[in-house]
Write a protein that binds this ligand. Structure first.
Ligand code: ADP
Ligand code: ASP
Ligand code: MG
Length: 469
């Protein structure tokens, strides 16, 4: 069997956890599995890197020293627990020190220039995985297995220049990975590749979006033509909802690519929303598994949905950090192309539309976008379309909302699901701000105030007995 195994930040949070990762990878190698490892940054490191980058941009140079010292300490502690051989410890420590001193220079540069571009942000964010991968590879070598560590850029993951959310050029990437990693992988060396980071065609570091190590894993899986991609995390698999919200949430043993993608897009953080793209075409199964419970086989994601599932509603999720834009204008009524103008402005300004709803009267469009992009969206719509004779007369917004998505392939054609959902929300005394249902009928999504989102998720989970198979 050939497997790509991805370990998330939660699985490599400490030296002890890294040791456990090396144990399980080498256990599979002993059983003649060929394993390629993809690894995230140590838990919390990417967030802290992005925070410090924002702080030093404000010319606060003093913080750099204490930040890098703390980061070094954290990684040195991990090295001393994860690796026993003094020689290997020394080797990995040297790499770590060198990487952190490079980070120090980058942060100082940002501090002096006083500017943090999407390009430099990606460069800073890349240090988390650049620091974790050598430790994981060292821990595997400590178990007397051959291992070599690579950055996404080194293995040949080439993307466009959409910093922060870059898109891999799959054909070129596949070719390069096969060339650079294929022979080594086939002969049984365990490559450890940094998740999340890649490079554009000029070799400038890019990232494929937050949580993107899952994406790196499926890209590698396709290139190396593996039998399965395993995403190891801190929960048993994809669950009926976030177990942090509903502890009784149940693991879903099997999902179709379409169902799993839908869940990932609508906030099931257990997987990156775009991660399934590469494997769908090649029909490579993906499993979500719990590092702490390797005895469970987790959620299997394949072409087919579970055949014995009859419930119309399978899962419920929520997306926070979104905002609702309301674009109003009687001039939009009956005017062909007026919606196109609105979406054109948003698209040209790099604002992804997550959900829309319109009224038959056509005088209003409600649009859900990422909250961080709200200011940009409003100002650009106002500049482009609000002038005299423009198609819109007013743009309002709400930035304290959340999207709730209720999902399940069996909702298709089942009568009364929508009314049952909305009655449940009404019974909980919560007001719905906007509704959308795609014609695929795989999900019904709606918008509520963010303060009510957790209560809505709990009420729906409970009403539809999602904790029971
Ligand atoms: P990793 O560090 O392994 O990438 P993440 O934090 O990205 O882990 O994703 C795992 C987390 O996703 C879980 O701890 C869980 O709280 C959250 N989560 C949200 N919705 C779901 C869901 N439907 N099923 C499983 N996990 C979910
Ligand atoms: N370290 C990156 C992040 O926190 C990527 C990942 O964990 O998948 O977003
Ligand atoms: Mg993740």
């Amino acid at each position: 069997m050939k497997i790509v195994m991805k370990f998330g930040g939660t699985s490599v949070g400490t030296g002890e956890n890294i040791r456990h990762v090396a144990d399980s990878v080498t256990q599979y190698s002993k059983k003649d599995y060929k394993v390629a490892v993809v690894v995230s940054a140590l838990a919390g490191v990417t967030n802290s890197l992005l925070e410090i980058a924002c702080q030093v941009k404000k010319s606060d140079e003093k913080q750099i020293d204490s930040f890098t010292k703390e980061l070094l300490k954290k990684h040195l502690e991990a090295i001393s627990t994860a690796i026993t051989s003094k020689q290997l410890q020394k080797e990995v420590t040297l790499i770590t020190e060198k990487t952190i001193s490079e980070l120090e220079k980058v942060l100082t540069g940002i501090c002096y220039v006083g500017e943090l571009t999407p390009k430099s942000k990606d460069y800073v964010a890349s240090f988390g995985e650049r620091l974790s991968a050598p430790i994981v590879s060292g821990a595997i070598r400590d178990h007397k297995f051959e291992s070599q560590c690579f950055t996404g850029k080194e293995v040949g993951i080439v993307t466009d220049s959409n910093f922060g959310e870059a898109n891999p050029l799959m054909n070129y990437t596949t070719h390069l990975i096969r060339e650079r990693l294929g022979p080594l992988f086939e002969k049984g060396t365990i490559p450890v590749v940094t998740g999340f980071i890649a490079a554009n065609q000029d070799g400038v570091v890019t990232t494929v979006g937050r949580g993107g190590s899952d994406y790196t894993a499926t890209i590698l899986g396709v290139a190396l033509q593996v039998d399965e991609v395993w995403i190891w995390t801190d929960v048993d698999g994809i669950m009926t909802t976030d177990p942090k919200i509903v502890p009784a949430a149940r693991m879903l043993p099997q999902l179709s690519y379409q169902e799993a993608a839908e869940m990932a897009i609508f906030g099931a953080k257990a997987m990156h929303p775009r991660a399934l793209g590469p494997v769908i075409k090649e029909n490579i199964p993906v499993r979500i598994r719990n590092t702490a419970h390797p005895e469970n086989m987790g959620t299997l994601i394949t072409k087919e949905s579970a055949t014995n599932e009859t419930k119309p509603v399978k899962a419920v999720a929520m997306i926070k950090d979104v905002a609702m834009l309301n674009v109003n204008g009687t001039a939009m009524v009956g005017a062909p192309g007026s919606y196109a103008k609105v979406f054109d402005v948003l698209g040209k300004n790099g604002i992804n539309v997550m959900m829309i709803s319109t009224a038959v009267s056509e005088a209003n469009i409600s649009i859900i976008i990422k909250r961080a992009l709200l200011g940009r969206a409003i100002s650009n719509l106002e500049i482009a379309l609000l002038e005299r004779g423009g198609v819109i007369s007013e743009v309002t917004s709400e930035d304290d909302v959340a999207v709730i998505a209720v999902m399940g392939a069996n909702m298709k054609g089942t009568l009364g699901v929508a009314s049952h959902i909305f009655n449940t929300v009404a019974k909980a005394g919560i007001n719905i701000r906007m509704i959308a249902q795609g014609s695929s009928e795989l999900n019904i999504s709606f918008v509520v105030k963010e303060k009510d989102a957790v209560d809505v998720v709990r009420a729906i989970h409970n009403e539809f007995n999602l904790d029971k198979a």
